[in-house]
Ligand binder design. Structure first.
Ligand code: PLP
Length: 441
């Protein structure tokens, strides 16, 4: 499709789109072929027009990895193309005074407002998620209310960086890690956390949506339980920011961090955000005390005093060029509304599971994602012993899910850029690859 054939661009200043009424799309039990069903779902999709806001890639049949690296928005691509000449080249060092110096906080506030349910002054954009998690964990452990406690609760299914960091910090600070080990599909729920909380617990660090299984935990309830035990909670929001509605202020969350390159369209290596609850901001001291988070950065003074407010969580010079794209995705997320995004996400994962049940389960594929939509994020994980070879073949054919050891495929369904038909093409391609591999049966 050339750009002049594209549907009209969405009005990003409009009111949030309405949610679907999927049950009315076709009668229950009525046999509809997968292509017809996908077409009906696409036709009924109130967010369908948003797809034309993303850069199209000609050789891609189905992009099912938006949970690892989101597609670029056209607005971001245009901004990146003109940035060197119009902003860096034209404004030169004056750009710092004009907007760049404040960008970690202005972009942070916008992420807070559009996706986190966070009032201004609590969110910053900094380094990678890994580094921000380090800063927040270290700062949290020194808070007098928990400093005498020696345990950190984490789950064995958490993303490697979260686990590795905590191993290092525990060794550094003389803390003990308390490992939760949920069954692979069932994630860590409130009961699992309640069972290990005690007056020794300093901090609970969990992922809101599990990176492998897609399990979506009850963050509000886990936060409440941790607080009842006198502990702090830090949420890793990498797989929920931009796909699942969040209400950090309402939930009373202490700390959070998350990626911008997954559902927030920031691009490869775009820096992560951190959230610190308002009343904790000035009571915490983060360990990477650089000049950009100091009280008076341009005084070049002899020693460090943290800046008042959320700026104290900034360390060095912010990564301006890597921060440009995220704002454009936030415009789309805001226009669509997080509730409508979640409604489409649920339908996309349900559509994927229906196709998996029909086309792949009979060929020995197992579903490794919760069946209950209320407990599922925006990706579906399936397992089969042949999937490593299958994924290599799919990538050659322009069908792009991702592979997760030992033999899992994640179908990441990014609600604003993924169509129902793309999901259908992807699942059919997996079936075809399994058949070619001789594994039918
Ligand atoms: C993707 C992801 C990360 C990535 O961390 P980086 O420092 O950006 O590489 C961290 N945690 C979780 C849960 C993730 O899914």
């Amino acid at each position: 499709m050339t750009s002049d054939q594209m549907p009209p661009t969405v009005d990003v200043t409009g009111t949030p789109a309405e949610t679907f009424a999927p049950a009315e799309t076709f009668a229950p039990g009525e046999p509809v072929d997968p292509a017809g069903r996908a077409a009906a779902l696409d036709a009924a999709d109130p967010l369908a027009a948003f797809r034309s806001e993303f850069v199209a890639s000609d050789d891609v049949v189905a992009y099912l990895d938006g949970n690892s690296l989101g597609r670029p928005t056209k607005a971001a691509a245009a901004h990146l193309a003109r940035f060197a000449a119009d902003e860096w080249g034209a404004r030169l060092i004056r750009g710092w005074d004009e907007s760049w110096y404040e960008l970690p906080l202005t972009l942070g506030d916008r992420i807070g407002q559009v996706v986190l349910g966070a009032a201004p002054g609590q969110t910053f954009v900094g380094e990678s998620t890994t580094v921000i998690l380090y800063k927040l964990v270290r700062a949290a452990l020194d808070l007098p209310a928990v400093a005498g406690r020696d345990e950190i609760v984490v789950d064995a299914g958490n993303f490697p960086t979260d686990r590795y960091l905590l191993e290092g910090i525990a060794a550094e600070r003389g803390k003990t890690l308390v490992w939760l080990d949920p069954a692979s599909v069932a994630g860590v729920g409130p009961d699992d956390v309640a069972a290990v909380l005690s007056d020794r617990t300093a901090l609970v660090l969990l992922s809101h949506v599990a990176y492998r299984s897609g399990y979506l935990t009850d963050a509000a309830e886990v936060t409440r339980l941790a607080h009842d035990a006198g502990a702090l909670v830090l949420w890793d929001l990498c797989h929920s920011a931009g796909s699942v509605p969040l209400a950090l202020d309402d939930w009373g969350v202490d700390l959070a961090a998350g990626c911008t390159y997954k559902y927030l369209g920031g691009g490869p290596g775009s820096p992560a955000f951190g959230y610190v609850r308002a009343d904790l901001v000035d009571r915490l001291r983060q360990p990477i005390q650089g000049w950009m988070g100091a009280d008076a950065p341009f005084e070049m003074g002899p020693s460090y005093t943290p800046h008042a407010g959320i700026r104290r969580f900034v360390s060095g010079t912010p990564m301006i060029t890597s921060m440009l794209a995220t704002g454009h995705m936030l415009d789309l997320v805001e226009a669509a509304g997080t509730e409508a995004i979640r409604a489409k996400s649920v339908l996309l994962t349900e559509h994927a599971l229906d196709l998996v049940d029909e086309l792949l389960v009979p060929r020995g594929v197992e579903v490794s994602t919760p069946r209950d939509a209320a407990r599922r994020g925006s990706h579906v994980t399936i397992d089969h012993p042949d999937f490593q070879a299958v994924v290599a073949e799919l990538w050659e054919r322009g069908v792009i899910p991702d592979f997760r050891r030992p033999h899992g495929i994640r179908l990441g369904l990014s609600p604003l850029s993924t169509s129902f038909d793309e999901v259908r093409l992807g699942v059919e391609a997996i079936r075809d690859a399994l058949v070619r591999g001789g594994s039918a049966g």
